[in-house]
Design a protein around this ligand. Structure first.
Ligand SMILES: [Zn+2]
Length: 343
């Protein structure tokens, strides 16, 4: 079918769309020329080019709004200031309540960056003051927290430790395991115990801790260490180091920093003797594993620790109330032992 317009392309008149696009291109190129000119050449032609040339060149000052705000703040009354701050607080509160996970992440990231920048430049005094403030805030929070909040916090801390054990280990290695910091920690603990008498009894309420401390007392810090030298266990041998050493406990899977360890005996099929393959267990785990803690060979009468899994019993309540000195408690403890042996 022959059309009503010629099929030959050369004789066809340009369509309206082609005309429009070509004119657009021309306008664009002209505009970009003007823009490039205004950006590069205009600043050189002083001073008659200072007036805005294109609408986008209306002069903008980044410091002007800040200056205006500063002046406004200087002039505002106390009431206006309080109202403004209250409004701001309210706004922040609603924003925090409504933010999603992504926004929260972004906010925390920004805060972390800001803190990093600020802490890189802070002086020693400012740092000490900040740490003191943080410590005060934390102790205030802990003093007024409820039991449930405390449980939740401890669970959170435990979870964080489980999630990134390397981070906590690095922290411990950096701060907790230096001799000078250990002395400081000991001093702090001593002061805390003085301030809160009877806090060591709280520890004593747990059977696992009681068993672990008794095991260490009897095996490692006995007067002649007879138990450590004469008793043998089926799978482990007691090892005592001069100073605290770090080992991985095979039962609780923690890197612990202790003086006394229970080394796993090498199995006959594995003849490797290198120290890298030594496997250790902490006293707390060993004392509470009834299958392991009973000695294989021993001389004389077995201590009650190795014959009953519920031993030793907790302190009596009267003693907790009376809050006697350590010496008195020890004395009473020995008397109790004698009574136990008689019965
Ligand atoms: Zn352990």
């Amino acid at each position: 079918m022959s059309g009503w317009y010629p099929t030959d392309t050369e004789s066809r008149p340009p369509s309206t769309s082609a005309l429009f696009s070509s004119s657009c291109r021309w306008f664009k190129s002209m505009f970009s020329f003007a823009w490039v000119f205004s950006q590069s050449v205009r600043p050189c032609l002083r001073p008659w080019t200072r007036t805005p040339f294109l609408p986008s060149h209306v002069s903008f000052s980044s410091t002007r709004p800040i200056a205006i705000t500063r002046v406004q703040r200087e002039q505002e009354s106390e009431q206006a200031r309080a109202a403004r701050l209250a409004r701001k607080r309210q706004y922040e509160k609603t924003r925090l309540a409504n933010e999603n996970d992504q926004e929260r992440e972004a906010r925390l990231f920004r805060q972390r960056q800001y803190n990093k920048l600020r802490r890189a430049n802070e002086t020693a005094e400012a740092r000490a003051a900040r740490l003191a403030r943080m410590h005060e805030y934390r102790t205030a929070c802990r003093e007024c927290e409820t039991d449930k909040q405390r449980q939740e916090r401890l669970a959170r801390e435990r979870q964080a430790r489980a999630d990134s054990p390397q981070k906590f280990l690095a922290y411990q290695r950096k701060f907790g395991r230096k001799p000078e910091n250990r002395e400081k920690t000991k001093q702090k603990n001593r002061e805390y115990r003085k301030k809160h008498p009877g806090v060591e009894h709280l520890q004593h309420e747990q059977l696992s801790i009681r068993r672990a401390t008794r095991l260490v007392e009897q095996v490692f810090s006995g007067r002649s260490k007879t138990i450590a030298n004469t008793y043998t266990w089926k799978t482990h041998t007691p090892v005592s180091f001069d100073d605290k050493v770090e080992h991985h406990c095979t039962a609780c899977h923690r890197f612990r920093f202790l003086k006394h360890w229970w080394k796993e005996k090498s199995r006959p099929e594995t003849t490797e003797t290198s120290s890298n393959h030594d496997r250790y267990m902490c006293s707390r785990c060993f004392a509470n594993d009834w299958n392991l803690v009973v000695p294989e060979t021993f001389s004389g009468r077995l201590p009650r620790l190795f014959t009953s899994p519920d031993y030793p019993p907790p302190f009596r309540k009267e003693r907790l109330k009376a809050n006697k000195s350590a010496h008195d408690i020890k004395k009473q403890h020995e008397e109790d032992e004698k009574e136990n042996e008689r019965s």
